[in-house]
Design a binder for this molecule. Structure first.
Ligand code: SAM
Length: 261
C-alpha cells in the first residue's frame, strides 16, 4: 500500500462498523453518489455494496487513482482532480448524495465553496461529511458560544445541519490526533436571498475580525452608523459578534447590497 500523504490529509477509515453506520444514513436505491476523496476505497466499497445507480469519485492523488482503477474497474466514474477546482453544478444530470471523509486541511474550504457557489437549484440532495470535531462544532455552534462564527453563519445559510455521531482516532489509519464528527446537511426550503454571497463573506469577515469587541466599530465601518438599519434589524451596538443571530447576519448582507446598488 502507498504511504499516507499528510499533505493530502490522508487518514483512511478502517473501522468496518463505522463504515457500515455511515452508509446506513441514507437510502441508495436509484441514487447517484459523489464521494470526495475516496482514498484507498474503503468507504467506496461500502457505498457500492448498497447498489446505487451510479458512483462518481473525485480524488487528487494520482497513485491512489491508479489503485482505484485497478480495484474497482468500471464500477466507478473516477475524476482525477482537485475537488476545489471542479464545477459540481455542471457535472451531474440528477441530484446527488455526497459522501466524504474530507481531507481536514481543506474541509472548510470545500464546504464553503459548495454553499457559496450554489445556484438556484441545488446540485445535491444531501451531504454526509466527516470533519475534525472542532470544525464540526463550529459549523453547528449555537448563538452566544465561542464556537459560533463565520463558518456557522455561512454553513447554515442555505442548509439544515444535523450531527450524526463522533468518531474516535482509532477508527483510522494512520490515527489522527483528534476526534472526528459526521454531519448531515440538507437544503433549506426557505432562506434569505443574498444576491452575491461574497457580501455575506465580507460582512462576517469584518464583524468577526475582532470577535471579543463590541460590534460598533465593524457596523460603522460597513454601514456608516446607519440608524435605520439598527432599528430595522433591532441591533444593539454594544453586542459582540457572537451575540448576533444567523438571520440578522443574512439580513445585514442584504442591507449592505441595497446600500451599494
Ligand atoms: N475516504 C477515504 C477513507 O475514508 O478511508 C479517505 C479519506 S482521507 C481523510 C481524504 C482523501 O481526500 C485522501 O484520499 C486524499 O488523497 C483526498 N484529497 C485530498 N485533497 C484532495 C483534493 N483537493 N481533491 C480531491 N481529493 C483530495
Amino acid at each position: 500500500m502507498n504511504r499516507a500523504k499528510k499533505s493530502l490529509g490522508q487518514n483512511f477509515l478502517i473501522d468496518k462498523n463505522i463504515l457500515e453506520k455511515i452508509v446506513n444514513v441514507v437510502d441508495f436505491q436509484n441514487k447517484t453518489i459523489l464521494e470526495v476523496g475516496p482514498g484507498t476505497g474503503n468507504l467506496t466499497s461500502f457505498i457500492l455494496n448498497k447498489n446505487p445507480r451510479k458512483v462518481f469519485v473525485v480524488e487528487k492523488d494520482n497513485e491512489l487513482v491508479s489503485d482505484l482503477r485497478n480495484k474497482f474497474n468500471d464500477k466507478l466514474i473516477i475524476i482525477n482532480d482537485d475537488v476545489l477546482k471542479i464545477d459540481e453544478t455542471k457535472l451531474f444530470n440528477d441530484k446527488v448524495i455526497v459522501f466524504g471523509n474530507l481531507p481536514y486541511n481543506i474541509s472548510t474550504e470545500i464546504i464553503s465553496k459548495w454553499i457559496l457557489n450554489l445556484k438556484q437549484n441545488f446540485w445535491f440532495e444531501c451531504l454526509i461529511l466527516m470533519f475534525q470535531k472542532e470544525v464540526a462544532d463550529r459549523i453547528i455552534a449555537n448563538l452566544n458560544t465561542s464556537s459560533y462564527g463565520r463558518l456557522s453563519i455561512i454553513c447554515n445559510w442555505k442548509l439544515n445541519i444535523k450531527k450524526l455521531f463522533d468518531i474516535k482516532p482509532n477508527a483510522f489509519s494512520p490515527k489522527p490526533k483528534i476526534d472526528s464528527s459526521l454531519l448531515f446537511f440538507y437544503p433549506k426550503k426557505k432562506f434569505v436571498k443574498i444576491k452575491d454571497p461574497a457580501n455575506l463573506q465580507k460582512i462576517t469577515r469584518v464583524f468577526f475580525n475582532q470577535r471579543r469587541k463590541m460590534i460598533k466599530k465593524p457596523f460603522n465601518q460597513l454601514f456608516n452608523g446607519n440608524k435605520k438599519i439598527i432599528d430595522k434589524l433591532n441591533i444593539n451596538l454594544t453586542m459582540r459578534p457572537q451575540n448576533i443571530n444567523l438571520d440578522t447576519y443574512y439580513k445585514l448582507a442584504c442591507e449592505y447590497e441595497d446600500l451599494r446598488s
